[in-house]
Structures are given as structure tokens and as C-alpha cells.
Design a protein around this ligand. Structure first.
Ligand SMILES: Cc1cc2nc3c(=O)[nH]c(=O)nc-3n(C[C@H](O)[C@H](O)[C@H](O)COP(=O)(O)OP(=O)(O)OC[C@H]3O[C@@H](n4cnc5c(N)ncnc54)[C@H](O)[C@@H]3O)c2cc1C
Length: 374
């Protein structure tokens, strides 16, 4: 096998493993070497979704699907016409892994165990002949004419799938790429001055949360440090950069009954036509006996955010390789021929619900397919 027919994939996460498998699937003759710095592949898959791995989301219309990506939505539209959640489901089914859909659209393996996904991917990678080098810490990467030399290995195609690691960003930058500053996404809000901290565990089905120009509707969870739940996580993703710039000090406004306007809340208050959990209602309604003042509060109730808490179920990094510099038909760098990107190394991130892995499967698929053919 000559190095002119070899792909090296750096990073053994979801994106790198899927890219390596796809490359072998489209061209079994091609040599594919996967380099992983740690002694374990797919370590984020293992801990994902609380150990259950939220593989993808039951959203099958690309135009709708892209709404779940605060960064990367425009760029992912084309790729989703090539590989979207239906393809993910079909791919795993072909390998004998059934996925199930939960009421909110999140999809998990039927076994409820991320190990099923790991075993499946590693079995297929082994069967297809992907060569895996674990504990491989790369010392140097150089490009001379059309060949990349990675330590003592050479290849004519290089896929960087190193997630949010600084090394991957530095490597991309060394090939001329712009790195959009990485900042955390998907976190919950700390509100130490909230008068509701003694009501942890209360959930509301539908509120509207607003920070600056960003608003999100959905379920909210009261916690002993502030606010969490799907609406808070979604808002944290869309406002990730704005909040970072303000050092996570900002005002969160809660529209407790997801009303369209203050008048609607006023009517609900005077006619007692709204539903709130009893303990929370007692607390909020004790604020004033004047229905106008109460309506104002229920419509736009301010809370001072002072920092954030990491969401343990799922978190990602916003930022990474600038998307304008990548061709999303192939995932090839527009600046360095032969160099490809897949997964979280790119300036793409989704909200919770399986969208981040879908980005890894889709961009991994395209990078693998393009390098397989060349
Ligand atoms: C706790 C947690 C739970 C999550 N749960 C979900 C979920 O249920 N659903 C969902 O959609 N998303 C989830 N996510 C997000 C999801 O895990 C990531 O978006 C996804 O793993 C990104 O895949 P990746 O392959 O791009 O990067 P990673 O999974 O980060 O893989 C990158 C790999 O590259 C390796 N690497 C880095 N540098 C080098 C180097 N120099 N040389 C060799 N190897 C290197 C790393 O060791 C790693 O194995 C979760 C994230 C976290 C942290």
C-alpha cells in the first residue's frame, strides 16, 4: 500500500471513527489509519446521555433539523440532504442496533446502554479493516507537496477529528485556518439571589426565557442554584457567545405562563386562568395584590445571572475551525488540499437532544466518503 492511497484520521471519537469506517466502506482498498492519543476510543460516547448515548433526534426534515444548531445551521443544510437522522437510524439498524424514540424526540439504543453503540462502531471498524493506533501522541505533522507526514507515517489524506482539543485547533491553524475562539455551550444558570432557591425540583412545562435578544420557549426546572431544564439549556446555547462576552453576568427574564403579551397575563390573572405548580404560584402571587403589577411580574420576571453550572448530561464547545474555510460538500479544507475536518473541531454545535452526535455522524460520513474516493 503506498502512502498515496492512505488516509490518516486523527481522533477516535464519534466523528473520527465514523469517518474511518465510511472511508473503508466506500473503498475497501484504501488504507485507513486512526490515531487516538488516549487508551480508549469513543470515550465521550460512553459517558453521553447519562450512559445511554442520545445517538440522534427524530427530526427528519433537514430545514427543521438545522434550527437546532446555534452555530453551523446554514452549513449543515446541504450535508443533511446526504446523511441525516434517518440515515443514522438505518446505518445502526443494518449493524443490528435498533434505536428507540422518547416522547421529546431523543433517540437512544433499545438497550439503553452507550456500550451498545461503542461495541457496534468498534466491531464494524475492525471488520472493515480500519487500523487503530491507541496511545498515539502525535509529535509532528508536516505537508510536503501532496503528502502529509505524521511522525513516521505518511498519507495523502488527513482527517482532523480531534473534538474541542487545543491540539487540533493549533494544527488546523498551522495549515492556515482561522479558529473561532472556543467557549462553552449548554449550561445552566446560577442565580444566587433568586428567592426560589428553596423550591428545587419544581418543573414547568412551558415558559419563555429571554436574555438580551435571545428567547427560548420550553420546559424549565427550578434548582437549588438557579434554573435548568430544556429551555434554559437551549437559551444557553444560543446566547453562549453573548454571555461569554458579559462574563456570565446578565439578566434572565422569565415569562412564567408563556403568554404572548402582558395583557394576556393580566386577563389570566383576573380570571384566575393559569396553571402553575401550587408552591411556586403561592410564592409568585404573594408578590402583589394588584393584578396589573402581578401581570407585569409573571410576564417579565427578572433574575440576575451570576455564572453558570456545567450540565452533566451533555455539554459542548462553541467555536473551532471557521466554517467559511471548509467545503461542506466534501468537508475538505478550502485552504489546504487533502486536509478534511469532522465533528466538534469545527465551529458547529447543537442544542441537547442528539444533535451533536448527528453532526459527528454527518460530517464524519462526508469526510470519510470524500477521502475514500480519492
Ligand atoms: C458528558 C457529555 C455527554 C454528552 N452526551 C451527548 C449525547 O447524549 N448526545 C449528543 O448528541 N451529544 C452528546 N455530547 C456531545 C458529544 O459527545 C460531542 O459533540 C461528540 O462527542 C463530538 O465528537 P467528536 O468525535 O467530534 O469529538 P470527541 O468525541 O471529543 O473525540 C475527539 C477525540 O480526539 C482525540 N484527540 C484529541 N487530540 C488528539 C491528538 N492530538 N491525537 C490523537 N487523538 C486526539 C480525543 O482523545 C478524542 O478521543 C455529550 C458531551 C459530553 C461532554
Amino acid at each position: 500500500m503506498t502512502s498515496l492511497n492512505r488516509t490518516i484520521v486523527v481522533g477516535g471519537g464519534a466523528a473520527g471513527v465514523f469517518a474511518a469506517i465510511t472511508s473503508k466502506e466506500v473503498n475497501p482498498e484504501r488504507e485507513v489509519i486512526l490515531l487516538e492519543k488516549s487508551n480508549q476510543l469513543l470515550s465521550k460516547v460512553r459517558i453521553s446521555g447519562g450512559g445511554r448515548c442520545n445517538v440522534t433526534h427524530a427530526c427528519f426534515e433537514p430545514k427543521e433539523l438545522i434550527q437546532n444548531y446555534p452555530r453551523g445551521s446554514k452549513e449543515l443544510l446541504g450535508p443533511f440532504y446526504h446523511f441525516q437522522p434517518l440515515d443514522t437510524i438505518a446505518w445502526f439498524k443494518k449493524q443490528g442496533v435498533e434505536l428507540k424514540t422518547e416522547a421529546d424526540g431523543r433517540m437512544f439504543p433499545l438497550t439503553n446502554s452507550s456500550q451498545t453503540i461503542i461495541d457496534c462502531l468498534l466491531n464494524v471498524a475492525g471488520k472493515k479493516g480500519v487500523i487503530i493506533h491507541k496511545m498515539h501522541r502525535i509529535e509532528s505533522v508536516k505537508k510536503e507537496q501532496e503528502l502529509f507526514s505524521i511522525d513516521s507515517l505518511a498519507a495523502n489524506r488527513l482527517i482532523l477529528a480531534t473534538g474541542s482539543s487545543t491540539w487540533g485547533h493549533e494544527m488546523a491553524a498551522s495549515f492556515g485556518h482561522t479558529i473561532i475562539q472556543p467557549v462553552p455551550s449548554l449550561f445552566t444558570f446560577n442565580v444566587p439571589t433568586s428567592p426560589l432557591l428553596d423550591l428545587p425540583g419544581i418543573t414547568l412545562e412551558k415558559v419563555i426565557l429571554t436574555i438580551d435578544n435571545y428567547s427560548q420557549k420550553g420546559p424549565l426546572l427550578l434548582t437549588h442554584w438557579g434554573f435548568s431544564g430544556p429551555a434554559a439549556l437551549k437559551l444557553s446555547a444560543f446566547a453562549a457567545r453573548a454571555l461569554y462576552k458579559k462574563n456570565y453576568q446578565d439578566t434572565l427574564y422569565i415569562n412564567w405562563i408563556a403568554a404572548k403579551n402582558e395583557e394576556e397575563v393580566f386577563q389570566a390573572v383576573i380570571n384566575k386562568r393559569f396553571e402553575l405548580p401550587a408552591k411556586l404560584a403561592a410564592r409568585l402571587l404573594s408578590f402583589s395584590k394588584d393584578p396589573r403589577i402581578l401581570a407585569k411580574k409573571l410576564y417579565r420576571d427578572p433574575y440576575n445571572i451570576e455564572g453558570t453550572t456545567l450540565n452533566k448530561q451533555e455539554f459542548v464547545t462553541a467555536g473551532g475551525v471557521c466554517l467559511k474555510e471548509v467545503d461542506f460538500k466534501t468537508m475538505q479544507s478550502r485552504l489546504c488540499p487533502g486536509l478534511y475536518f469532522a465533528g466538534e473541531i469545527l465551529d458547529i454545535d447543537g442544542i441537547t437532544g442528539g444533535f451533536n452526535f448527528q453532526n459527528a455522524w454527518t460530517t464524519g460520513f462526508l469526510a470519510g466518503k470524500s477521502t475514500g474516493f480519492t
